[in-house]
Unconditional design. Structure first.
Lengths: 332, 544
């Protein structure tokens, strides 16, 4: 089939010797708990498959036609059986639902002490920015035992950030932020996949997650070439795009001050109130006049197409740094 | 063990729907629902072979971790065209347009469908949609996946999205017309005495399917039309760069495409009810439960689309609502499986090929349904979404379920359609080969999925190779299993023994007329005075 079959066979032989893997590594705090639920579901599935297969098989043999003159008695049905085989599956599925939903709630709710990293997906690579300034492409270094939160967006189509060893996945969309969190529990190198079909090189949009012991992680942080931190880069952009001329001009300024606003609520010209979170700030930078704060005129130019997704993330990091620690609890 | 029909006992009727007229015009301008069913049979068989060919090349590529047989772009086009050919042009019309068209009027004792010319029109619309799609395939193909997710499909893909989308858009109208025709026919044209609760369950299943076709298909047509409008005129609907919302497309698409899964499986469930009763010589166990479970599936099926979007950025609480609703739709499906199994209890079970397909269906559909629970469960779906686990799950439902039911039905009614018997030994053998080949192909994919192999991957990490090789090996067996019936069914058209009106001793009005039937089905309108599947006591006269 392939022009060169021998390496393929050699690779296959090696894989067979290593054994066929059945389960992926358990390398995050929730992996073991997702697996527990998976075992429960597998147990239920095996039980009912075995029940149906063996009953069909048993009936097919026991009640096989022995003579064409047989006259089986008509049986119309049984209400108690119908109730039994409706209620038992219903109860079992409700156990599955509650178990799955409570665990899902944890998977989707990041702890407040998590370190935030930024992820930008584009055809066909992952760009990652650490708060200390390190940037990586298709690689993600994280320390063991510390929660990490990823704030993600896409420059083009929909991607999906998937780390099988951590049992987590989240779509990465253009035009909005999604987030994902995990606590790695086992040092090692794991797959990072794009799980949402994103075009020609979708299957090449892969990378590695390297989980390091805290000391090794510190060594990596100091060893890796650190660029500007997101706040510093954001502050630079803030000057470069002349944001400061309106937003830091004191009482007469044409735009609202950005100090102490992140995580708060502001009133708009329309009378509505809106929470100042990542999504609102992003919208206000790119489509400036969509939701204007009360007391200001809609005079800000739009920056759509002028600032990259990474640039917007840097500006957000800078604006967040203008708010004291306790205000940073809000998340997109 | 099986009732072997007495050889040479029967002769074909002198005049029937197949020989009443000859020539291409007599087929292209026919309004006979049975001839239109055969037009559909030929068309969908063509797309099945085409889709199967694409699948073969996909499985060959996946023998090795590196993408070495073809370019990524080619691979992406192949899985897209495999999905489009199989889902839109084979599975959705398979049972309803072929068996439904042939049998709905006959089972209710009618001369034809309510609107015979609209029935023919629906085949022409299908063909037109098919031609657009074939044109797109032949002139370079399309690479968006059968799901057409935006903004990839609306802005980024440089392939023939428009021609394909137009093909699928046009095709939808054929579904809608068929659905209308069935509903009106079932309401208005039942034979005297054939009350709703005397109807064969095949009819209930087709009624439920028709409701989905009418309510769901317009929504996917709208979604596809909007993709076209965004692509051509750059109106911001789905692409955020133009001010649109990419997730909106997923809502619109799955609002149809999840119920579409039930368009594919419900008619096959109807087939299984007919077969299990006939070859167990028993009335169906719990008739009203099986009948209403079809309706329940059709209605609940419209409320679960969000389970395709648990990690799409949809709100967490919306995810929870869609999760619990998805579990609810599992209950009527389970009820059907239990009732079919119970129907065999104390029956007089025969091992004819249709029954083997039906037993295969029950087993594979059960596995497909149970693995669906893993995907309704939120926490496990986060991990399994967009992996090979999902691929395996829906192939168990659509290939293990829908196609097993379709093939079982084709065998069961082949004597009625062609007037001749297929070779029983070969048919049993191929049913077994398909069952084994199917499991070898798709079971390893469950394991691959939990390991984390994403779907739609042209190249993959080397540790996934062993399971992929197993899957490809299974697929080669499955391909042989599908090829055998294609050969012997065609052979039987000329050399098969004449079947007689009712070779299985089955109940149901379609077996009371000659095989093949005359153009208007019944010499005189039959009168029904009993419930469905009254196998015993059986009047001697009915054992033809």
């Amino acid at each position: 089939m392939t022009p060169d079959a021998s390496p393929m066979l050699a690779g296959l032989a090696a894989a067979l010797q290593a054994g066929v893997p059945i389960f992926p590594d358990q390398a995050s705090s929730i992996a073991r708990r997702v697996d527990l639920l998976y075992y429960f579901l597998t147990g239920v599935a095996l039980f009912f498959s075995a029940l149906i297969f063996s009953t069909v098989f048993y009936f097919a043999i026991k009640y096989r036609q022995r003579s064409p003159d047989e006259r089986p008695l008509p049986i119309h049905g049984s209400l108690s059986l119908e109730i039994l085989w409706s209620v038992v599956p219903l109860l079992l599925t409700m156990v599955m639902f509650f178990w799955g939903a409570t665990l899902f709630y944890e998977i989707r709710t990041s702890p407040s002490d998590a370190t935030t990293l930024y992820v930008v997906g584009k055809q066909w690579m992952w760009k990652i920015q650490h708060p200390e300034g390190q940037r990586e492409i298709n690689m993600l270094h994280v320390p063991v035992g510390h929660p990490v939160r990823l704030v993600m967006t896409s420059e083009d189509v929909i991607h999906s950030f998937f780390i099988p060893a951590f049992r987590i996945k989240m779509d990465v969309l253009p035009g909005r932020y999604t987030d994902l969190w995990f606590t790695a529990t086992k040092p090692g190198t794991y797959h990072l996949f794009c799980a949402e079909y994103c075009g020609t090189k979708h299957s090449a949009m892969r990378g590695s997650v390297v989980v390091l012991e805290p000391a090794d992680y510190q060594a990596w942080l100091t060893g890796a070439p650190a660029g500007e931190t997101p706040e510093v880069a954001g502050a630079r952009l803030f000057r470069q795009f002349n944001c400061h001329t309106c937003h830091e001009a004191g009482p007469t300024s044409r735009g609202p001050s950005l100090h102490e606003v992140y995580g708060k609520t502001v009133r708009l010209r329309t009378g509505e109130t809106v929470a100042v979170d990542d999504a609102y700030l992003r919208e206000s930078i790119l489509l400036s006049n969509a939701k204007v704060v009360a007391g200001f005129e809609p005079v800000m130019p739009t920056y759509q197409g002028q600032i990259s997704e990474e640039g917007v993330l840097h500006l957000l990091a800078y604006i967040k740094s203008l708010t004291r620690e306790e205000g940073k609890g809000a998340q997109p | 063990m099986s009732t072997a029909p007495a050889a040479g006992k029967h002769e074909l009727p002198r005049v029937h729907y197949l020989n009443i007229d000859y020539g291409i015009r007599s087929w292209l301008f026919t309004t006979d629902h049975k001839r239109i069913a055969l037009l559909y049979l030929a068309s969908i068989s063509f797309f099945f072979v085409l889709g199967g060919l694409f699948a073969t090349i996909i499985r060959l590529e996946l023998l090795t971790p590196a993408g070495d047989l073809m370019e990524s772009e080619t691979y992406n086009k192949l899985f897209t065209m495999h999905g489009i050919a199989m889902i839109f042009f084979f599975l959705i019309p398979s049972v309803p347009a072929v068996l439904g068209n042939f049998l709905v009027p006959m089972m209710i004792g009618a001369r034809d469908l309510a609107f015979p010319r609209i029935n023919l029109l629906s085949w022409y619309i299908y063909t037109l949609g098919g031609l657009f799609t074939l044109f797109a395939m032949a002139s370079g193909g399309v690479d968006t996946g059968w799901t057409f997710y935006t903004p990839y499909s609306s802005t980024y893909s440089n392939t023939h999205v428009m021609a394909t989308a137009l093909g699928v858009f046009i095709l939808g109208f054929s579904s809608i017309l068929t659905g209308f025709n069935f509903i009106i026919t079932i309401h208005k044209m039942r034979a005297p005495g054939l009350t709703w609760f005397r109807l064969p369950l095949f009819i209930w299943a087709h009624y439920a399917t028709s409701v989905i076709m009418i309510l769901g298909t317009p929504v996917v047509a709208i979604a596809i039309a909007l993709v076209g409008i965004e692509r051509l005129f750059h109106v911001g609907i789905f692409d955020p760069a133009l001010g649109g919302d990419p997730v909106l497309f997923q809502h619109l698409f799955w609002f149809y495409s999840h119920p579409a899964v039930y368009i594919m499986i419900l008619p096959s469930m109807g087939v299984i009810s007919e077969i299990v009763c006939c070859f167990s010589r028993k009335k169906i166990f719990g008739y009203p439960f099986v009948a209403f479970s079809s309706v329940a599936i059709a209605l609940l099926g419209f409320l679960v689309w969000g389970h395709h979007m648990f990690v799409s950025s949809q709100s967490m609480y919306a995810g929870m609502v869609f999760s619990i609703l998805s579990f609810l739709v599992a209950i009527p499906s389970a009820v059907k499986v239990f009732n079919w199994t119970a129907t065999m209890y104390k029956g007089s079970v025969m091992y004819n090929a249709p029954m083997l397909y039906a037993m295969g269906f029950i087993g594979l559909f059960t596995m497909g349904g149970l693995t669906g629970l893993f995907l309704s469960t939120l926490a496990t779906d986060v991990h399994l979404h967009d992996t090979y686990f999902v691929v395996a799950h829906f192939h168990y439902i659509m290939v293990g379920g829908a196609i097993m039911g379709y093939l079982g039905g084709i065998h069961f009614w082949w004597p009625k359609i062609s007037g001749r018997l297929y070779p029983e030994g070969w048919a049993r053998f191929s049913a077994l080969v398909i069952f084994i080949g199917f499991n070898l192909t798709f079971f390893p994919q469950f394991v691959l999925g939990y390991l984390g192999m994403p779907r739609r991957y042209h190249a993959y990490p080397p540790e996934f190779q062993v399971l992929n090789v197993m899957s490809t090996a299974g697929a080669s067996i499955l391909a042989v299993g599908y090829a055998i019936p294609l050969v012997y069914l065609i052979w039987s058209l000329r050399y098969g023994l004449a079947a007689g009106p009712n070779p299985w001793g089955a109940k149901g009005l379609e077996w009371q007329t000659t095989s093949p039937p005359p153009t208007f089905n019944f010499p005189e309108t039959p009168v029904v005075d009993e419930e469905a599947y009254e196998y015993y006591p059986m009047k001697e006269a009915e054992v033809v």
